[in-house]
Design a protein around this ligand. Sequence first.
Ligand SMILES: NC(=O)c1ccc[n+]([C@@H]2O[C@H](COP(=O)([O-])OP(=O)(O)OC[C@H]3O[C@@H](n4cnc5c(N)ncnc54)[C@H](OP(=O)(O)O)[C@@H]3O)[C@@H](O)[C@H]2O)c1
Length: 251
Amino acid sequence: MSLKNQTVLITGASSGIGAEIAKKFAREGYDLLLLGRNEDRLKKVQSECVNAKTEILAFDLIEVNKFSSAIKTKLSTLSPITVLINNAGIYKPGSFLETQESEWISQFQVNLLSAVQLTQLVWPEFKKNKKGSVLNISSTLGIKPTAGTGAYSATKAAMINWTLSLAQEGGADNIRVNCICPGIVDTPIHDFHSMNSESKNKVTSQMSSYQLLSFIGQPSDVAESAYFIASDLSRWTTGSVLSVDGGIGIK
Ligand SMILES: NC(=O)c1ccc[n+]([C@@H]2O[C@H](COP(=O)([O-])OP(=O)(O)OC[C@H]3O[C@@H](n4cnc5c(N)ncnc54)[C@H](OP(=O)(O)O)[C@@H]3O)[C@@H](O)[C@H]2O)c1
């Protein structure tokens, strides 16, 4: 039996913020089910989740429902699921007229609907056990959108609103639902992440000036907050929207 006798399911665990959240929960003694598209990257993160019982499943969140029985089979080999972290996301900026309908649909499917589908999958278990925690990873753009991010920002705003509604439904069954809004975090979702160090420094020092704290975030900054709010440390917190953003949201 694992240290915590609890399992966390994390989407988008093959990269960036999701990979750091996985390693944090592994260190804290959870079993893990890690989802992503890229199997090699998932295997690498799995190997870094030392001493934790970790399963992986690679598929595209465009087709969650096709994989629901595979997810249930993997979960049946682990401790009871108590935490779901809806972290996977894609960011396709573009002006309103440039953004194709297909980009609206794919961002809504990956960033929002897949989270809804996975939550529907685990909710009955949470309800039966009278214990569950859903953490949605939204964005500061879901609160304070900028030009050229309309579709992405709309998915993240919808996620915040859905968090608040779901928290109302879950309370009586001891199911908590919370949301984190990260600011600018250094991950592969941004083009600057893979630039050479000179170009990257140029871009990130400009971005740092947008924050109150004058540096951009690292995935571990979000992972620590995610563990705090999704685990039993926050057993009395539900319906909260936590900004982890260096203060960019109020600047
Ligand atoms: N980084 C930031 O500045 C920032 C700011 C605010 C909010 N966020 C949010 O934080 C979350 C994590 O982003 P990140 O910055 O860590 O980005 P990332 O490094 O690009 O990671 C994105 C993750 O989502 C997965 N994913 C994307 N499309 C998928 C699909 N169709 N099916 C299955 N998995 C898919 C990726 O899997 P594969 O790699 O296997 O394809 C990857 O694991 C996202 O929801 C993002 O919107 C990020």
